[in-house]
Ligand binder design. Structure first.
Ligand code: URP
Ligand code: ZN
Ligand code: ZN
Ligand code: ZN
Length: 484
Protein backbone atom coordinates (compact mmCIF):
# COMPACT_ATOMS: atom_id res chain seq x y z
CA UNK A 1 0.00 0.00 0.00
CA UNK A 2 1.55 3.34 -1.07
CA UNK A 3 1.97 5.78 1.76
CA UNK A 4 2.59 9.50 2.03
CA UNK A 5 4.30 11.17 4.97
CA UNK A 6 4.09 14.85 5.80
CA UNK A 7 7.39 15.45 7.54
CA UNK A 8 8.83 18.07 9.80
CA UNK A 9 5.78 20.19 10.51
CA UNK A 10 3.81 21.22 13.57
CA UNK A 11 0.41 19.57 13.80
CA UNK A 12 -2.16 22.20 14.77
CA UNK A 13 -5.64 21.08 15.75
CA UNK A 14 -8.48 22.92 17.45
CA UNK A 15 -7.08 22.07 20.87
CA UNK A 16 -3.39 21.21 20.51
CA UNK A 17 -0.16 22.11 18.71
CA UNK A 18 2.70 19.59 18.62
CA UNK A 19 5.60 18.67 16.37
CA UNK A 20 4.84 15.44 14.51
CA UNK A 21 4.92 13.73 11.13
CA UNK A 22 1.64 12.53 9.63
CA UNK A 23 1.37 9.29 7.63
CA UNK A 24 -1.42 8.71 5.13
CA UNK A 25 -2.55 5.47 3.51
CA UNK A 26 -5.66 4.85 1.43
CA UNK A 27 -6.87 8.40 1.97
CA UNK A 28 -6.90 8.27 5.75
CA UNK A 29 -4.42 9.21 8.47
CA UNK A 30 -2.67 6.09 9.75
CA UNK A 31 0.07 7.56 11.91
CA UNK A 32 0.97 10.72 13.82
CA UNK A 33 4.30 10.97 15.59
CA UNK A 34 8.05 11.45 15.26
CA UNK A 35 10.26 9.80 12.65
CA UNK A 36 7.58 8.37 10.34
CA UNK A 37 8.57 7.09 6.89
CA UNK A 38 6.62 6.64 3.67
CA UNK A 39 6.85 6.22 -0.10
CA UNK A 40 6.20 9.89 -0.80
CA UNK A 41 7.45 12.63 1.49
CA UNK A 42 5.93 16.10 1.67
CA UNK A 43 8.20 18.60 3.37
CA UNK A 44 6.40 20.59 6.05
CA UNK A 45 9.45 22.29 7.55
CA UNK A 46 8.38 25.63 9.01
CA UNK A 47 4.72 24.80 8.37
CA UNK A 48 1.60 23.95 10.31
CA UNK A 49 -0.26 20.75 9.43
CA UNK A 50 -3.94 21.46 9.98
CA UNK A 51 -7.31 19.94 9.11
CA UNK A 52 -8.31 21.21 5.67
CA UNK A 53 -10.82 24.02 5.74
CA UNK A 54 -14.53 23.26 5.56
CA UNK A 55 -16.65 25.96 3.96
CA UNK A 56 -20.19 25.17 5.07
CA UNK A 57 -21.86 27.85 2.98
CA UNK A 58 -21.48 27.83 -0.80
CA UNK A 59 -23.81 28.29 -3.75
CA UNK A 60 -22.17 26.63 -6.75
CA UNK A 61 -24.09 26.90 -10.02
CA UNK A 62 -27.03 28.23 -8.06
CA UNK A 63 -30.16 29.33 -9.92
CA UNK A 64 -30.86 32.78 -8.47
CA UNK A 65 -32.35 36.10 -9.56
CA UNK A 66 -32.80 35.06 -13.18
CA UNK A 67 -29.35 33.56 -13.69
CA UNK A 68 -26.89 30.98 -12.31
CA UNK A 69 -23.91 31.72 -10.07
CA UNK A 70 -20.82 31.37 -12.24
CA UNK A 71 -18.59 29.10 -10.19
CA UNK A 72 -19.75 25.51 -10.50
CA UNK A 73 -18.53 22.49 -8.54
CA UNK A 74 -15.49 22.22 -10.83
CA UNK A 75 -14.15 25.77 -10.58
CA UNK A 76 -15.51 26.25 -7.07
CA UNK A 77 -13.76 23.26 -5.56
CA UNK A 78 -10.59 24.05 -7.54
CA UNK A 79 -10.69 27.49 -5.91
CA UNK A 80 -11.33 25.86 -2.54
CA UNK A 81 -8.32 23.53 -2.79
CA UNK A 82 -6.02 26.37 -3.85
CA UNK A 83 -6.97 28.20 -0.66
CA UNK A 84 -6.65 25.27 1.75
CA UNK A 85 -10.32 24.29 1.85
CA UNK A 86 -10.98 20.57 1.38
CA UNK A 87 -14.75 20.34 1.78
CA UNK A 88 -17.68 22.54 0.82
CA UNK A 89 -21.29 22.28 1.88
CA UNK A 90 -23.67 23.55 -0.79
CA UNK A 91 -27.38 24.32 -0.60
CA UNK A 92 -29.85 22.17 -2.54
CA UNK A 93 -32.56 24.60 -3.67
CA UNK A 94 -35.81 22.89 -4.69
CA UNK A 95 -37.96 24.90 -7.10
CA UNK A 96 -41.53 25.80 -6.13
CA UNK A 97 -43.47 22.53 -5.97
CA UNK A 98 -40.37 20.43 -6.66
CA UNK A 99 -39.71 17.38 -4.48
CA UNK A 100 -36.69 17.58 -2.22
CA UNK A 101 -35.10 14.39 -3.49
CA UNK A 102 -35.62 15.41 -7.09
CA UNK A 103 -33.70 18.61 -6.30
CA UNK A 104 -31.01 16.63 -4.43
CA UNK A 105 -30.51 14.51 -7.56
CA UNK A 106 -29.99 17.71 -9.57
CA UNK A 107 -27.25 18.71 -7.12
CA UNK A 108 -25.65 15.28 -7.39
CA UNK A 109 -25.62 15.73 -11.16
CA UNK A 110 -23.92 19.13 -10.79
CA UNK A 111 -21.23 17.94 -8.40
CA UNK A 112 -19.71 15.11 -10.44
CA UNK A 113 -16.64 17.20 -11.39
CA UNK A 114 -15.74 18.27 -7.83
CA UNK A 115 -12.04 18.23 -6.89
CA UNK A 116 -12.71 17.86 -3.16
CA UNK A 117 -15.41 16.36 -0.97
CA UNK A 118 -18.75 18.05 -0.51
CA UNK A 119 -21.96 17.71 1.40
CA UNK A 120 -25.35 19.39 1.12
CA UNK A 121 -27.84 21.33 3.16
CA UNK A 122 -31.48 21.13 2.01
CA UNK A 123 -33.33 24.43 1.57
CA UNK A 124 -37.01 24.54 2.49
CA UNK A 125 -38.22 26.88 -0.25
CA UNK A 126 -41.92 26.01 -0.10
CA UNK A 127 -44.16 24.15 2.29
CA UNK A 128 -46.63 21.30 1.92
CA UNK A 129 -47.29 17.65 2.75
CA UNK A 130 -44.76 16.48 0.16
CA UNK A 131 -41.99 18.59 1.69
CA UNK A 132 -42.87 17.28 5.15
CA UNK A 133 -42.59 13.71 3.85
CA UNK A 134 -39.47 14.31 1.76
CA UNK A 135 -37.62 15.71 4.76
CA UNK A 136 -37.32 12.20 6.15
CA UNK A 137 -35.97 10.92 2.83
CA UNK A 138 -33.48 13.78 2.86
CA UNK A 139 -32.22 12.80 6.31
CA UNK A 140 -31.94 9.17 5.24
CA UNK A 141 -29.90 10.31 2.23
CA UNK A 142 -27.42 12.08 4.51
CA UNK A 143 -28.75 15.63 4.09
CA UNK A 144 -29.64 16.47 7.66
CA UNK A 145 -29.48 20.28 7.82
CA UNK A 146 -32.40 22.39 6.55
CA UNK A 147 -32.06 26.03 5.55
CA UNK A 148 -34.91 28.53 5.70
CA UNK A 149 -34.82 31.90 3.96
CA UNK A 150 -36.58 34.58 6.02
CA UNK A 151 -35.82 37.02 3.17
CA UNK A 152 -36.22 37.09 -0.65
CA UNK A 153 -39.98 37.66 -0.45
CA UNK A 154 -41.87 36.20 -3.39
CA UNK A 155 -38.98 33.85 -4.19
CA UNK A 156 -37.26 31.74 -1.53
CA UNK A 157 -38.86 33.22 1.61
CA UNK A 158 -40.94 31.07 3.99
CA UNK A 159 -43.36 32.51 6.55
CA UNK A 160 -43.22 32.01 10.32
CA UNK A 161 -45.97 29.38 10.41
CA UNK A 162 -44.23 27.34 7.70
CA UNK A 163 -40.90 27.77 9.43
CA UNK A 164 -42.35 26.60 12.75
CA UNK A 165 -43.84 23.49 11.09
CA UNK A 166 -40.57 22.79 9.37
CA UNK A 167 -38.44 23.37 12.49
CA UNK A 168 -40.62 20.91 14.44
CA UNK A 169 -40.13 18.36 11.70
CA UNK A 170 -36.36 18.95 11.68
CA UNK A 171 -36.33 18.50 15.46
CA UNK A 172 -38.27 15.23 15.23
CA UNK A 173 -35.87 13.95 12.58
CA UNK A 174 -32.82 14.88 14.65
CA UNK A 175 -31.56 17.43 12.12
CA UNK A 176 -30.27 20.99 12.23
CA UNK A 177 -32.41 24.04 11.42
CA UNK A 178 -30.68 26.86 9.58
CA UNK A 179 -31.81 30.37 8.72
CA UNK A 180 -30.94 33.27 6.49
CA UNK A 181 -32.18 35.82 9.01
CA UNK A 182 -33.52 39.06 7.55
CA UNK A 183 -37.08 40.35 7.84
CA UNK A 184 -38.13 39.85 4.21
CA UNK A 185 -41.38 41.84 4.52
CA UNK A 186 -39.58 44.94 5.78
CA UNK A 187 -36.77 44.55 3.21
CA UNK A 188 -39.39 44.39 0.43
CA UNK A 189 -41.06 47.61 1.65
CA UNK A 190 -37.80 49.47 2.14
CA UNK A 191 -36.64 48.37 -1.32
CA UNK A 192 -39.83 49.63 -2.99
CA UNK A 193 -39.63 52.93 -1.13
CA UNK A 194 -35.97 53.53 -1.97
CA UNK A 195 -36.59 52.87 -5.66
CA UNK A 196 -39.66 55.15 -5.67
CA UNK A 197 -37.48 57.90 -4.18
CA UNK A 198 -34.88 57.48 -6.93
CA UNK A 199 -32.37 55.54 -4.85
CA UNK A 200 -31.63 52.92 -7.47
CA UNK A 201 -27.84 52.49 -7.19
CA UNK A 202 -26.01 49.65 -5.41
CA UNK A 203 -25.51 51.81 -2.29
CA UNK A 204 -29.28 51.60 -1.74
CA UNK A 205 -28.95 47.82 -1.36
CA UNK A 206 -27.34 48.45 2.03
CA UNK A 207 -30.04 50.94 3.04
CA UNK A 208 -32.71 48.36 2.18
CA UNK A 209 -31.29 45.81 4.64
CA UNK A 210 -30.21 47.63 7.82
CA UNK A 211 -28.86 45.68 10.81
CA UNK A 212 -32.21 45.94 12.61
CA UNK A 213 -33.95 43.69 10.06
CA UNK A 214 -31.27 41.05 10.59
CA UNK A 215 -31.40 41.38 14.37
CA UNK A 216 -35.18 41.04 14.46
CA UNK A 217 -35.19 37.96 12.24
CA UNK A 218 -32.39 36.33 14.23
CA UNK A 219 -34.33 36.81 17.46
CA UNK A 220 -37.47 35.43 15.81
CA UNK A 221 -35.70 32.37 14.44
CA UNK A 222 -34.15 31.69 17.85
CA UNK A 223 -37.55 31.88 19.53
CA UNK A 224 -39.17 29.60 16.94
CA UNK A 225 -36.31 27.09 17.20
CA UNK A 226 -36.66 27.10 20.97
CA UNK A 227 -40.41 26.47 20.74
CA UNK A 228 -39.77 23.67 18.25
CA UNK A 229 -36.95 22.17 20.33
CA UNK A 230 -34.41 22.16 17.52
CA UNK A 231 -30.79 23.35 17.34
CA UNK A 232 -30.34 26.42 15.15
CA UNK A 233 -27.51 27.59 12.89
CA UNK A 234 -27.68 31.22 11.74
CA UNK A 235 -25.85 31.74 8.45
CA UNK A 236 -23.96 34.89 7.50
CA UNK A 237 -24.26 36.73 10.83
CA UNK A 238 -23.13 40.22 9.84
CA UNK A 239 -24.00 42.65 12.61
CA UNK A 240 -24.02 43.28 16.35
CA UNK A 241 -27.84 43.04 16.52
CA UNK A 242 -27.80 39.46 15.22
CA UNK A 243 -24.67 38.56 17.17
CA UNK A 244 -26.27 39.93 20.35
CA UNK A 245 -29.32 37.70 19.84
CA UNK A 246 -27.08 34.64 19.34
CA UNK A 247 -24.88 35.57 22.30
CA UNK A 248 -27.91 35.96 24.55
CA UNK A 249 -29.45 32.69 23.38
CA UNK A 250 -26.22 30.82 24.03
CA UNK A 251 -25.90 32.40 27.48
CA UNK A 252 -29.40 31.07 28.15
CA UNK A 253 -28.25 27.57 27.24
CA UNK A 254 -29.88 27.43 23.82
CA UNK A 255 -28.18 25.43 21.09
CA UNK A 256 -27.59 28.24 18.61
CA UNK A 257 -24.54 28.89 16.41
CA UNK A 258 -23.60 31.96 14.38
CA UNK A 259 -21.55 32.06 11.18
CA UNK A 260 -19.79 35.29 10.21
CA UNK A 261 -18.39 35.46 6.67
CA UNK A 262 -14.82 36.43 5.84
CA UNK A 263 -16.27 39.25 3.71
CA UNK A 264 -18.16 40.78 6.65
CA UNK A 265 -15.08 40.45 8.86
CA UNK A 266 -12.79 42.31 6.46
CA UNK A 267 -14.81 44.55 4.12
CA UNK A 268 -17.10 47.38 5.15
CA UNK A 269 -20.04 49.41 3.84
CA UNK A 270 -17.81 52.07 2.28
CA UNK A 271 -17.44 49.68 -0.69
CA UNK A 272 -20.98 50.61 -1.76
CA UNK A 273 -20.12 54.30 -2.05
CA UNK A 274 -17.33 53.69 -4.56
CA UNK A 275 -17.75 55.99 -7.59
CA UNK A 276 -17.44 53.01 -9.96
CA UNK A 277 -20.88 51.33 -10.30
CA UNK A 278 -19.28 47.95 -11.11
CA UNK A 279 -17.08 48.08 -8.01
CA UNK A 280 -20.09 48.66 -5.78
CA UNK A 281 -22.41 46.19 -7.54
CA UNK A 282 -19.83 43.40 -7.39
CA UNK A 283 -20.06 43.66 -3.61
CA UNK A 284 -23.85 43.50 -3.40
CA UNK A 285 -24.77 40.57 -1.20
CA UNK A 286 -27.27 39.91 1.57
CA UNK A 287 -26.78 40.85 4.32
CA UNK A 288 -24.72 43.80 3.02
CA UNK A 289 -21.29 44.81 4.29
CA UNK A 290 -21.57 46.76 7.55
CA UNK A 291 -19.66 49.40 9.50
CA UNK A 292 -16.37 48.88 11.36
CA UNK A 293 -18.29 48.70 14.65
CA UNK A 294 -20.17 45.64 13.41
CA UNK A 295 -16.92 44.09 12.21
CA UNK A 296 -15.44 44.54 15.69
CA UNK A 297 -18.46 42.75 17.14
CA UNK A 298 -17.96 39.78 14.80
CA UNK A 299 -14.27 39.48 15.66
CA UNK A 300 -15.09 39.63 19.36
CA UNK A 301 -17.64 36.86 18.82
CA UNK A 302 -15.01 34.60 17.28
CA UNK A 303 -12.59 35.39 20.10
CA UNK A 304 -15.09 34.78 22.88
CA UNK A 305 -16.79 31.78 21.27
CA UNK A 306 -20.23 33.35 20.84
CA UNK A 307 -19.72 32.98 17.07
CA UNK A 308 -18.50 29.62 15.88
CA UNK A 309 -17.70 29.33 12.19
CA UNK A 310 -16.21 31.48 9.41
CA UNK A 311 -17.71 30.77 5.97
CA UNK A 312 -17.91 32.54 2.60
CA UNK A 313 -21.45 32.15 1.21
CA UNK A 314 -19.52 31.84 -2.07
CA UNK A 315 -22.05 32.84 -4.72
CA UNK A 316 -20.07 34.36 -7.56
CA UNK A 317 -21.60 36.43 -10.36
CA UNK A 318 -19.66 38.03 -13.22
CA UNK A 319 -19.68 41.78 -13.84
CA UNK A 320 -21.98 41.12 -16.79
CA UNK A 321 -24.45 39.35 -14.49
CA UNK A 322 -24.21 42.14 -11.90
CA UNK A 323 -25.17 44.61 -14.65
CA UNK A 324 -28.67 43.07 -14.77
CA UNK A 325 -29.23 45.64 -12.03
CA UNK A 326 -27.99 48.77 -13.81
CA UNK A 327 -31.47 50.31 -13.60
CA UNK A 328 -32.29 49.08 -10.09
CA UNK A 329 -30.20 47.61 -7.29
CA UNK A 330 -33.04 45.16 -6.66
CA UNK A 331 -32.08 43.35 -9.90
CA UNK A 332 -28.37 42.97 -9.03
CA UNK A 333 -27.78 39.25 -8.38
CA UNK A 334 -26.91 38.98 -4.68
CA UNK A 335 -23.66 37.27 -3.85
CA UNK A 336 -19.88 37.49 -3.65
CA UNK A 337 -16.95 35.08 -3.95
CA UNK A 338 -14.34 34.14 -1.36
CA UNK A 339 -13.76 30.38 -1.39
CA UNK A 340 -10.05 30.55 -2.17
CA UNK A 341 -9.40 33.59 0.01
CA UNK A 342 -11.21 32.66 3.25
CA UNK A 343 -8.30 30.85 4.92
CA UNK A 344 -5.48 33.27 3.92
CA UNK A 345 -7.63 36.31 4.72
CA UNK A 346 -8.65 34.93 8.12
CA UNK A 347 -5.07 33.94 8.94
CA UNK A 348 -3.81 37.39 7.91
CA UNK A 349 -6.46 39.41 9.72
CA UNK A 350 -7.08 36.95 12.54
CA UNK A 351 -3.92 35.07 13.50
CA UNK A 352 -1.31 37.58 12.33
CA UNK A 353 -3.04 40.36 14.27
CA UNK A 354 -3.30 38.30 17.46
CA UNK A 355 -7.09 38.21 17.39
CA UNK A 356 -7.07 34.41 17.01
CA UNK A 357 -4.67 31.67 17.99
CA UNK A 358 -3.73 29.10 15.32
CA UNK A 359 -5.87 26.58 17.24
CA UNK A 360 -8.84 28.95 17.21
CA UNK A 361 -8.27 29.40 13.49
CA UNK A 362 -8.62 25.62 13.01
CA UNK A 363 -11.72 25.60 15.19
CA UNK A 364 -13.59 28.27 13.24
CA UNK A 365 -12.48 27.18 9.75
CA UNK A 366 -12.93 23.42 10.17
CA UNK A 367 -13.44 21.59 13.44
CA UNK A 368 -16.42 23.46 14.86
CA UNK A 369 -18.51 23.03 11.74
CA UNK A 370 -17.49 19.38 11.39
CA UNK A 371 -18.91 18.84 14.87
CA UNK A 372 -22.04 20.94 14.27
CA UNK A 373 -22.76 19.08 11.01
CA UNK A 374 -21.93 15.70 12.56
CA UNK A 375 -19.08 14.69 10.26
CA UNK A 376 -16.34 14.92 12.91
CA UNK A 377 -13.78 13.29 13.17
CA UNK A 378 -14.03 12.00 9.59
CA UNK A 379 -13.57 15.67 8.72
CA UNK A 380 -12.11 18.55 10.73
CA UNK A 381 -9.53 16.45 12.61
CA UNK A 382 -5.91 15.35 12.51
CA UNK A 383 -6.42 11.96 14.13
CA UNK A 384 -5.60 8.40 13.17
CA UNK A 385 -8.58 7.14 11.19
CA UNK A 386 -9.71 10.58 10.02
CA UNK A 387 -9.85 11.40 6.31
CA UNK A 388 -6.52 12.87 5.19
CA UNK A 389 -8.11 16.21 4.28
CA UNK A 390 -5.16 18.34 5.30
CA UNK A 391 -3.51 21.63 4.63
CA UNK A 392 0.21 22.18 5.09
CA UNK A 393 0.18 25.85 5.96
CA UNK A 394 3.17 28.10 5.41
CA UNK A 395 2.71 31.05 7.78
CA UNK A 396 5.42 33.04 6.01
CA UNK A 397 4.27 32.62 2.41
CA UNK A 398 2.62 35.70 0.97
CA UNK A 399 0.80 36.93 -2.09
CA UNK A 400 -1.38 39.77 -3.28
CA UNK A 401 -4.91 38.66 -4.10
CA UNK A 402 -5.85 39.31 -7.71
CA UNK A 403 -8.55 38.18 -10.12
CA UNK A 404 -5.78 37.73 -12.70
CA UNK A 405 -4.36 34.74 -10.80
CA UNK A 406 -7.47 33.29 -9.12
CA UNK A 407 -9.17 29.95 -9.81
CA UNK A 408 -12.71 31.32 -9.59
CA UNK A 409 -14.45 31.76 -12.94
CA UNK A 410 -15.48 35.38 -12.40
CA UNK A 411 -13.66 38.46 -13.71
CA UNK A 412 -12.96 40.25 -10.40
CA UNK A 413 -12.21 39.57 -6.76
CA UNK A 414 -13.73 41.52 -3.88
CA UNK A 415 -10.37 41.27 -2.07
CA UNK A 416 -8.38 42.56 -5.07
CA UNK A 417 -5.05 44.09 -4.02
CA UNK A 418 -5.08 42.71 -0.46
CA UNK A 419 -1.75 41.32 0.68
CA UNK A 420 -2.09 38.05 2.60
CA UNK A 421 0.61 36.40 4.70
CA UNK A 422 -0.07 32.70 5.39
CA UNK A 423 -0.86 30.34 2.50
CA UNK A 424 -1.15 26.63 1.83
CA UNK A 425 2.00 24.86 0.68
CA UNK A 426 0.07 21.64 0.05
CA UNK A 427 -3.64 20.89 0.17
CA UNK A 428 -4.65 17.23 0.35
CA UNK A 429 -8.08 15.78 -0.27
CA UNK A 430 -8.30 12.26 1.19
CA UNK A 431 -4.54 11.94 0.84
CA UNK A 432 -4.39 13.19 -2.75
CA UNK A 433 -2.25 16.31 -3.23
CA UNK A 434 -4.57 18.68 -5.10
CA UNK A 435 -2.51 21.82 -4.64
CA UNK A 436 1.26 22.18 -4.27
CA UNK A 437 3.56 25.20 -4.19
CA UNK A 438 1.23 27.64 -5.86
CA UNK A 439 -0.32 25.35 -8.46
CA UNK A 440 -3.52 23.33 -8.52
CA UNK A 441 -3.13 19.68 -9.48
CA UNK A 442 -6.66 19.11 -10.67
CA UNK A 443 -8.56 15.84 -10.63
CA UNK A 444 -12.13 16.35 -11.66
CA UNK A 445 -14.44 13.88 -9.99
CA UNK A 446 -12.07 13.08 -7.12
CA UNK A 447 -14.54 14.70 -4.71
CA UNK A 448 -17.10 12.49 -3.00
CA UNK A 449 -20.41 13.23 -1.36
CA UNK A 450 -20.26 13.20 2.44
CA UNK A 451 -23.48 11.77 3.84
CA UNK A 452 -24.13 12.87 7.41
CA UNK A 453 -26.09 11.10 10.10
CA UNK A 454 -28.91 12.68 12.04
CA UNK A 455 -29.29 12.85 15.81
CA UNK A 456 -25.84 13.98 16.94
CA UNK A 457 -25.28 14.23 20.69
CA UNK A 458 -26.51 17.80 20.91
CA UNK A 459 -29.91 16.85 19.46
CA UNK A 460 -30.19 13.93 21.86
CA UNK A 461 -29.32 16.19 24.79
CA UNK A 462 -31.79 18.84 23.65
CA UNK A 463 -34.65 16.40 23.23
CA UNK A 464 -33.92 14.79 26.60
CA UNK A 465 -34.13 18.22 28.23
CA UNK A 466 -37.25 19.16 26.27
CA UNK A 467 -38.97 15.92 27.34
CA UNK A 468 -38.01 16.51 30.96
CA UNK A 469 -39.33 20.07 30.97
CA UNK A 470 -42.40 19.52 28.75
CA UNK A 471 -45.77 20.76 30.13
CA UNK A 472 -47.62 18.08 32.08
CA UNK A 473 -51.09 18.26 33.64
CA UNK A 474 -51.08 18.51 37.44
CA UNK A 475 -52.64 15.38 38.92
CA UNK A 476 -55.15 16.67 41.51
CA UNK A 477 -56.95 14.30 43.85
CA UNK A 478 -60.55 14.46 44.95
CA UNK A 479 -61.78 16.64 42.12
CA UNK A 480 -63.53 15.77 38.89
CA UNK A 481 -63.36 17.62 35.59
CA UNK A 482 -66.64 19.38 36.42
CA UNK A 483 -65.05 20.84 39.53
CA UNK A 484 -67.29 18.95 41.95
O1 URP B 1 -26.27 37.57 -1.21
C1 URP B 1 -26.20 36.38 -0.95
N1 URP B 1 -25.91 36.02 0.26
N2 URP B 1 -26.42 35.47 -1.94
C2 URP B 1 -26.48 34.07 -1.80
C3 URP B 1 -27.80 33.60 -1.28
C4 URP B 1 -27.90 33.78 0.21
O2 URP B 1 -28.68 34.58 0.66
O3 URP B 1 -27.18 33.12 0.95
ZN1 ZN C 1 -28.46 33.92 2.65
ZN1 ZN D 1 -25.99 31.75 1.10
ZN1 ZN E 1 -9.41 10.19 -6.22
Amino acid sequence: MASTVIKGGTVVTADLSHDADVRIENGVITGIGPGLTGDTVLDATGCYVMPGGIDPHTHLEMPFMGTYSSDDFESGTRAAMSGGTTMVVDFVLPGQGQGLMDAAQMWHNKSTRAHCDYSYHMAITWWGQQVWEDMEASVKAGITSFKHFMAYKGALMVNDDEMFQSFKRVGDLGGLAMVHAENGDVVAELTARLIAEGNTGPEAHAYSRPPQVEGEATNRAIMIADMAGVPLYVVHTSCEEAHEAIRRARAQGKRVWGEPLIQHLTLDESEYFHPDWDHAARRVMSPPFRSKAHQASLWAGLQSGSLSVVATDHCAFTTEQKRFGLKSFAQIPNGTGGLEDRMPMLWTHGVNTGRLTPNEFVAVTSTNIAKILNCYPKKGAVLVGADADLVVWDPKAEKTISAATQQSAIDYNVFEGQKVVGLPRYTLSRGRVGYADGAVIPQEGHGEFVAREARPAVNRALSAWKDLTAPRPVQRSGMSATGV
